[in-house]
Design a protein around this ligand. Structure first.
Ligand code: ZN
Length: 269
């Protein structure tokens, strides 16, 4: 799947989940908490692809998300890719093929998803506001890059960086600490998981079973069979899937926000 579809799926899943919690578990969130969770989940849904590195020294290549903050995020991607490849070789069994890059390995596993969610929560709990501002800045940047890719492309990474910084600061100044912080970790974890599911419906598949060894393979790639798998960049993805995700996200958002708006104007339904 391409970046925008990943980001959109993260946003749609977070909004739908929030709507379900609101309806059935009586768990209500402020509009700002909702917006933060949605942005972090959309950004988190791009995060695993920060393992697609380019040539940092020549400022070339890399996934679109790796270019969010210019050469800085390209460098992060390079490091992530090398660590992933290291883990691949450290845990590979005799039937696992040789690889020369770490894309779609470590960052596309369940343990990584859990680690990211837990790590984010721990960072926020331990370092408080500065960790929150940093994480929000990073995730809002990824979300902008993913959700508004054409704008981000035209604006360039410097503008994306400035907008992310402003949004992170505004959010931080207005978000209550108690309930807002744990949600950030959860949104990150959910986002990464949604990314893995998104890649599973494409041909290449992901090593979702890692680290369970199967027939002398630790990195079994799991995905839909070629016949029904989604082709990356096809009309089914860029039109049908994205339209469906957008409708879902909008419906959930309306369902979440409408009751309080109606209440404010004293309208009974
Ligand atoms: Zn991926």
């Amino acid at each position: 799947m391409m970046g925008p579809s990943h980001a959109l799926s993260g946003a749609a899943v977070w909004l739908t989940g929030s709507w379900a919690l609101d309806q059935f578990a009586d768990y209500h969130q402020t509009p700002l908490a909702l917006a933060v969770g949605t942005a972090v989940c959309a950004g988190g849904a791009l995060f695993p692809d920060l393992d697609l590195s380019g040539k940092v020294t020549r400022n070339q290549g890399g996934a679109t998300v790796a270019r969010t903050f210019g050469v800085f995020s390209l460098f992060v991607a390079e490091v992530m890719e090398k660590i992933s490849l290291g883990v691949y070789y450290a845990t590979k069994l005799s039937k696992d093929p040789r690889r020369n890059n770490g894309h779609r390995t470590l960052t596309h596993t369940i343990p990584f998803t859990v680690l990211v969610g837990w790590g984010t929560t721990a960072l926020c709990a331990h370092y408080g506001k500065w960790a929150v501002v940093g994480i929000l800045f990073f995730m809002i940047g990824l979300a902008l890059r993913g959700l508004f890719d054409e704008w981000a492309e035209r604006a360039g990474w410097v503008v994306v960086t400035l907008v992310s910084a402003a949004a992170a600061w505004f959010t931080f100044a207005n978000l209550p600490g108690d309930r807002g912080y744990p949600m950030i970790g959860l949104a990150m974890g959910v986002g990464c998981f949604v990314h893995i599911l998104g890649d599973m419906i494409t041909r290449a598949g992901v090593p979702i079973l890692w680290p369970i060894p199967i027939r002398r393979r630790m990195w079994t790639m799991v995905g839909l069979p070629n016949k029904i798998a989604l082709r990356t960049g096809s009309k089914a993805e860029t039109v049908v899937l994205r339209a469906a995700l957008t409708v879902l996200a909008v419906l959930a958002a309306v369902g979440l926000v409408a009751p309080s708006v109606l209440q404010r104007f004293d309208i009974q339904v």
